[in-house]
Design a protein around this ligand. Structure first.
Ligand SMILES: Nc1nc2c(c(=O)[nH]1)N[C@H]1C(S)=C(S)[C@@H](COP(=O)(O)OP(=O)(O)OC[C@H]3O[C@@H](n4cnc5c(N)ncnc54)[C@H](O)[C@@H]3O)O[C@H]1N2
Ligand code: MOO
Length: 410
């Protein structure tokens, strides 16, 4: 059965939506390395306001604005110094007719309602300062202008009040969201547990060590594992021979341990297509999607896990992940859909008219060069900057023509 890019995507969405919806949650310390990019599983409300208390935005003097209302260049006002308020100190009181040296982030002294930056004071520099409990303050500071009430004061809760919603369930823990949650007093948060995926590469030709004649390194396994880990997936890999019985046993055990099994290879038209042979009797669907590369595709719903079956050629395997799995994983991880960028073609290009081609490309000096289509060219795959879609019906592209490109290998 032949199908389109869109119809195969829709089938996989139907297969995986219930898997993603069933992921339960776990509690993580928000500053743990595992927290980054995880998804909150419950709404989070602030335990502390942001800012946590009313504090100074500047290094300077905390004052009562009324005490400086009459200050001018001609008639500066000189006020005696009180204790100094530094960041981290408990709140101190400000006696009427005095000013307190105050540092950025320090609690505004009780009674003060304005802050004059040090640069605006008569001397422009702090005299000797005395913190509460370590002596008696002395000296004066001079001011030659009034300072409005609230000036350079950051009120408690101006960013977020206690009890207010910090982030909804489904929010991704970006570095900035981690800062917002910590600032609002949250140290541990419930996050959706990571999706567990097993990548099963297949083929008697695969080796993960020394290659004997006829063997090749298994590059799909580490490539797809690395690709999946970028989406917060917990990955395990398994290399299986072209033996349907062993494959069936392995899949049977794996479905108890993971949410999703991704098989690679063994699904096209050969005599030893282990994945197709083992999964077809279990209801596996195998068909040809009208794209190139990545045409052969399959999937299955086992009692305990879903299975996606990608073709074995490395380019086809990677593009299968990019085209079919990435949109679903972006949704799962609250990641934005990438936007295409347009560049002119560096040279004429051709494409088989009856197939939707997904070609790798280089972007150099603002121009796109389309690379060789071979789906075995794993080194070429690594140096590509972009993907270019050439739809069915298009067979010729002319140099200079503007085309849509999608970043890859970033
Ligand atoms: N008669 C036909 N032959 C083929 C067709 C077809 O329609 N009719 N389709 C071709 C296309 S397109 C693709 S893609 C491949 C897909 O084949 P399989 O999914 O069955 O994959 P394999 O045959 O197992 O492997 C294909 C190729 O990739 C290499 N490979 C496999 N696994 C790995 C790995 N883990 N790391 C590195 N390289 C791997 C494998 O050695 C083969 O060279 O079928 C075409 N044939
Ligand atoms: O379409 Mo296969 O997936 O080219 O190599």
């Amino acid at each position: 059965m032949s199908c389109t890019l869109e119809s195969h995507r829709a089938e996989l969405e139907e297969l995986l939506s219930p898997v993603f919806a069933c992921l339960d949650s776990e509690v993580l310390r928000i500053d743990s390395p595992e927290a980054i990019d995880r998804i909150l599983s419950e709404d989070q409300n602030a335990l502390l306001p942001i800012p946590a208390f009313t504090n100074s935005q500047m290094d300077g003097y905390a004052a009562r604005s009324a005490d400086l209302a009459a200050a001018s260049l001609r008639s500066p006002i000189s006020l005696p110094l009180g204790f100094t308020a530094a960041a981290g100190d408990r709140q101190i009181p400000l006696a009427e007719g005095t000013v307190s040296p105050v540092m950025t982030g320090a609690m505004i002294p009780l009674g003060a309602d304005t802050v004059i930056p040090i640069e605006e004071s008569g001397s422009g520099a702090f005299p000797e300062l005395v913190r509460a409990g370590v002596g008696t303050p002395s000296g004066h500071a001079e001011f030659s202008a009034p300072s409005a009430e609230g000036r350079f004061i950051r009120p408690a809760g101006v960013d977020l009040e206690t009890g207010a919603l910090v982030a909804k369930a489904g929010t991704r823990l970006t570095p900035t969201m981690i800062a917002a949650l910590v600032s609002s007093g949250l140290r541990e948060v419930p996050v959706r547990r990571a999706l567990k995926v097993a990548v099963c590469t297949t083929g008697d030709e695969l080796s993960d060590g020394q290659c004997s004649q006829g063997q090749i390194p298994d590059s799909n396994s580490p490539m797809l594992a690395a690709w999946l880990r970028r989406y917060q997936v917990q990955v395990r890999t398994l290399q299986l021979p072209d033996d349907p019985q062993r494959f069936t046993l392995a899949i049977d055990a794996l479905q108890e341990q993971v949410d999703l099994i991704v098989t690679v290879g063994g699904i096209s038209a050969g005599a030893y297509e282990v994945v197709r042979q083992a999964l077809s009797p279990l209801g596996g669907v195998f068909h040809h999607v009208a794209i190139q590369p990545g045409g052969p595709q399959g999937f299955a719903q086992l009692p305990k896990a879903a299975v996606l079956c990608f073709p074995g050629n490395p380019v086809s395997a990677l593009l299968s992940a990019e085209l079919f799995l990435a949109p679903l994983l972006r949704q799962l991880n609250a990641l934005p859909e990438p936007l295409p960028r347009h560049y002119p073609l560096a040279a004429d290009a051709s494409s088989p008219e009856h197939k939707h081609q997904v070609r790798r490309a280089l972007i150099r000096d603002g121009q796109v060069t389309i690379l060789d289509p071979g789906s075995h060219l794993v080194h070429d795959l690594a140096r590509a900057d972009a993907l270019v879609h050439i739809p069915v019906g298009v067979s010729q592209l002319a140099a200079g023509q503007s085309i849509e490109t999608w970043s890859m290998n970033v």
